[in-house]
Design a protein around this ligand. Structure first.
Ligand code: GDP
Length: 177
């Protein structure tokens, strides 16, 4: 298939407050979030160049407590997934395995293109999830792992690389289909 004509649909999933909006906004605008509505759910449309291809992306920043029906809708809509937890919130980490499983169930497939992201790495003094636990979980769920801080402006390029990696992985999976 020709990736030039393809829209890559990215869905950010994770517990409320882990930084899904902050990561999306950082990636798209290179800025940290200012005023915004944390319960608003948004689809961001984005056009960029990756690997000499023009790429159209749609990024769905899920928000609030996900209701059952909507969750299924997100899982079906997306081509690839950003599973986000906060390194300062052990519960948000423990929830990732359930979220991943729900996506698999809805799609009737374990072949999910995704990355695992431990956000808020600037809050080292509040860390509840060691780096190696993140790495182990990533291995377990078959995703690449990143620990990042959406709040740290020096990480703009790391966050951008992260989305590029996801795009590449997603394109590989699409072309293999
Ligand atoms: P969402 O509910 O997952 O979309 O989370 P938000 O993006 O709304 O972020 C929740 C809160 O965490 C907000 O107060 C953000 O400013 C804050 N936040 C997000 N990312 C980071 C980060 O990397 N470091 C720090 N210190 N705070 C962050």
């Amino acid at each position: 298939s020709d990736s030039k004509d393809t829209i890559f649909k990215v869905v950010l999933l994770g517990c409320p407050g882990v930084g899904k909006t902050a990561l999306t906004v950082r990636f798209l605008t290179k800025r940290f979030i200012g005023e915004y509505c944390p319960t608003l759910e948004s689809i961001y449309k984005y056009r960029t160049n990756f690997d000499d291809d023009e790429v159209k992306m749609e990024i769905l920043d899920t928000a609030g407590q996900m209701e059952e029906g909507w969750k299924d809708g997100y899982a079906l809509w997306g081509d690839c997934f950003v599973f986000v937890y906060s390194i300062t919130d052990k519960d948000s980490f423990d929830e990732i395995i359930n979220i991943k499983r729900q996506v698999e169930n809805v799609r009737h497939s374990t072949a999910i293109s995704g990355i695992l992201v431990g956000n808020k790495s600037d809050l080292l003094h509040d860390r509840q999830v060691p780096v190696n636990h993140g790495m182990e979980l990533a291995d377990e769920i078959g995703c690449k792992f990143y620990e990042v801080s959406a709040a740290d402006w020096t990480q703009v390029s790391v966050i951008s690389d992260m989305f590029q990696d996801l795009f590449r992985e997603c394109r590989r999976a699409k072309n293999a289909r």
